[in-house]
Structures are given as C-alpha cells and as structure tokens.
Ligand binder design. Structure first.
Ligand code: NI
Length: 175
C-alpha cells in the first residue's frame, strides 16, 4: 500500500493472444503460495492486467463451506445475487501485518475466462464470494481498507491475536 499502481484500473486481457500469461500466472501462484494466501491479483506484483488467482483448501471462518477451487480468472465480472452483505475479517499481501472488518456481498455470480479462454461462470457464497470480491477489487485500484466502515475494526494482526480479537488461522493471509 502506497504504490500508486495499486490504485490504478487494470487493463483487459486477451487470454489467447497473451504470450506472457503463462509466466505471469507462474509468478502469481508462487507469490500466493509463499505468502500462504487465498488469492492474488496481478497488480499486486506490478502487472496491470485484469487477472486474479485464488483457491484455498480450508476455510477456517466457514468450516461448513466447500473449499474454494483453485481458479485463474481473467476479465472478471461480478454480479451480486441479492442485497445481503456480510462482515468479515480480511487481510492483504499488499497491506502486510494488518486485518480489518469488511462488508461484502454474501452471494455473487462471477464470470470471466481461464488462461485457455474457456468461460468461467459460477455462483459463490460466503468465504468464496469474499475472496473473489477482494481480488477483483484490486483490478479497479480498490484495497480492502477503503471499504472498512468502522476503522475501530482495523489493526495489527499480532495485536489483534494477542488481545483475542482474532484467531490466527491457516489460509488467513488474503483475505
Ligand atoms: Ni489483497
């Protein structure tokens, strides 16, 4: 946070004609895995293209929810399925060491393409929907702190955990 590129709107991508896509995705998966994140957007590694990745086997905050499938999503479009919003803790690799409570649509439909140009068209709820909304926000230059309604629910991970406000979990890095 502080790098002006994180505030930019990223460009649409043609997955078929983009020869650098494969190496971009490799960099992104490596970065996400190294940080134990649940998702990553291309602008976070300085590439201003509408590409996000996400996936997570365990959902500590939603133990009954199915795992988030490992997904490459290009030129995503999100449509909320209803007006319901849910609060949840988020973090971000671009805002290291912090967490905040962010409202997100609970139920969404998201569409886009994978790296081979195949259409992705899914409905998602809860943690899965939160991850997708967080990552796609990066493509429009929006970081999660911008969406925090009550800044009293924003703090350092170590302090929040020490004081028992949050419990540290795997798959907790982003969001
Ligand atoms: Ni993020």
């Amino acid at each position: 946070m502080g790098d002006p590129r994180l505030l930019e709107v990223s460009a649409e991508v043609n997955p078929i004609e983009n020869s650098s896509l494969e190496s971009l995705l490799q960099d992104m998966w490596e970065t996400m895995t190294e940080a134990d994140g649940a998702g990553l957007a291309a602008p976070q590694i300085g590439v201003m293209q509408r590409v996000v990745i996400f996936g997570c086997q365990t959902n500590p905050r939603y133990p009954d929810a199915p795992p988030v499938p490992e997904t490459v999503l290009i030129n995503p479009v999100i449509t909320p399925l209803n007006e319901v919003q849910e609060d949840g803790w988020e973090g971000c690799l671009s805002v290291p060491g912090m967490r905040g409570i962010v409202p997100r649509f609970r139920d969404i439909r998201y569409r886009g393409f994978d790296q081979y140009g195949n259409t992705i068209d899914r409905e998602a709820s809860g943690f899965h929907a939160r991850v997708v909304q967080h990552e796609c926000d990066h493509l429009d230059g929006v970081l999660y702190p911008f969406r925090i309604k009550d800044m009293r629910h924003f703090g350092f991970i170590d302090t929040l955990a020490e004081k028992g406000v949050i419990e540290l979990q795997p798959c907790d890095d982003e969001p």
